[in-house]
Design a protein around this ligand. Structure first.
Ligand SMILES: *Cc1c(COP(=O)(O)O)cnc(C)c1O
Length: 374
């Protein structure tokens, strides 16, 4: 990340990147609600050539991920654009434990005969290395959703690959502050900017980043042809959110570590999955690969699905809602959603926000101790 030739830490980059720099310019990147521009050399129509607000967000995320970025209308639009690049009859290797929308996208294409899908266990490195030799798209998610299993990205990225294949990583849970997939050898890193970059549960945007110029051009072309363009307000808000992302992540992550440890010791909890806990099956690789263990904790409530639902209904500060990566803590029972058959019935996924750790703990502890919950 370089600004005016000077190397910056990611924290400074998040604050300083993508801002106007001419005398008389506003300090903040303006919200530009435009479909078309006066014709000249630079741009004519927003869907073809972008807008200054999207470009500022792309510059910011590109610097963070270490490549060049294309912003889309949502994380799913970004993933769909990438999946659209595979040749007819392609083989796609992807995790069994994976974001529900991406599982749905892969299944829909498979049903329509567009591609074959191989589902792999996130931590079965040998299976990924084997699949890399024959798959056209290797799609990884690490840590995975919602089981928080960490893949050995470096080993998988180093595996011999089918020529012309693409290796992409969903970097949403880790964020580019904790994990650098392109540095580890991935072709593409994807962020749902809806989550940590936006950080306030008030927008949908997705960003794909690559160092491969040809792939960048194909992704831009796909966005243009599919019309999967980001919104003006959304990219403005995502930029605004990004300014505080390092602080938000640091605070929420520190709290998550405290809550994960206390949950592990709580009699109302059967099992805690958090990559930072020594008991986590992929803790070692997480420690080696990640700059931080993230803000998501998955834990099994003693007493089954009803008891888990009761906990969600009893917490007050922790809101009963889906999604993650925002200032507010949210929690839900993932197995209540379709396509989550591999997820334990009593498992709650908690996204830790930036509230005080002790307030969150009191809220959780009270809900876990409420005898007639559910
Ligand atoms: C939310 C999410 C997506 C999809 O992003 P949207 O912005 O909701 O379309 C993809 N992957 C992961 C891991 C996510 O959490």
């Amino acid at each position: 990340m370089k600004l005016d030739g000077e190397h910056l830490d990611a924290k400074s980059w998040l604050v300083a990147a993508g801002r106007p720099s001419e005398p008389g310019d506003p300090l903040n990147t303006p919200l530009v609600p435009a479909s078309n521009f006066l014709l000249g050399d630079l741009r004519g129509y927003a869907r073809d050539n972008g807008t200054p607000t999207w470009e500022a967000l792309e510059a910011l995320v590109g610097g963070l991920e270490g490549g060049r970025s294309v912003a889309f209308s949502s994380g799913m639009a970004a993933v769909a654009a990438l999946f659209q690049l595979v040749p007819a009859g392609a083989t796609i290797a992807m995790p069994q434990d994976c974001y529900q929308g991406v599982l749905g996208l892969a299944a829909d294409g498979a049903e329509r005969g567009l591609w074959d899908v191989i589902h792999l266990e996130v931590d079965d490195t040998a299976a990924w290395i084997d699949a890399a030799g024959r798959a056209d798209l290797i799609w990884l998610e690490s840590p995975s959703n919602p089981m928080l299993t960490v893949a050995d990205l470096e080993a998988i990225c180093a595996a011999p690959r089918k020529p012309g294949s693409i290796l992409g990583v969903d970097n949403t849970f880790a964020t580019p502050l904790n994990q650098q997939p392109l540095e580890l050898g991935a072709d593409v890193s994807m962020q749902s900017a809806t989550k940590f970059i936006g950080g306030h549960s008030d927008l949908l945007t997705g960003v794909v980043t690559t160092r491969n110029e040809e792939l960048l051009g194909r992704l831009q072309k796909t966005r243009m042809l599919a019309g999967a363009t980001p919104g003006a307000l959304e990219t403005y808000l995502a930029l605004r959110g990004a300014r505080t992302m390092a602080l938000r992540l640091a605070q929420a992550q520190a709290t998550a570590a405290i809550l994960a440890q206390r949950l592990e010791e709580h009699g109302g909890v059967d099992l805690v999955r958090y990559p930072g806990l020594p008991s986590h099956p992929t803790h070692e690789i997480a420690a080696a690969q990640l700059g931080g263990y993230g803000t998501i904790i998955s834990f099994d409530v003693a007493g089954g699905a009803d008891a888990a639902d009761g906990v969600c209904q009893t917490t007050r500060l922790i809101r009963h809602a889906t999604s993650l990566g925002a200032v507010d803590s949210t929690m839900e029972r993932r197995a209540a959603n379709p396509g989550q058959e591999h997820v334990p019935e009593s498992m709650l996924r908690l996204s830790v926000g930036i509230e005080a750790a002790e307030d969150l703990w009191r809220d959780l502890d009270r809900a876990l101790n409420t005898p007639d919950r559910g």
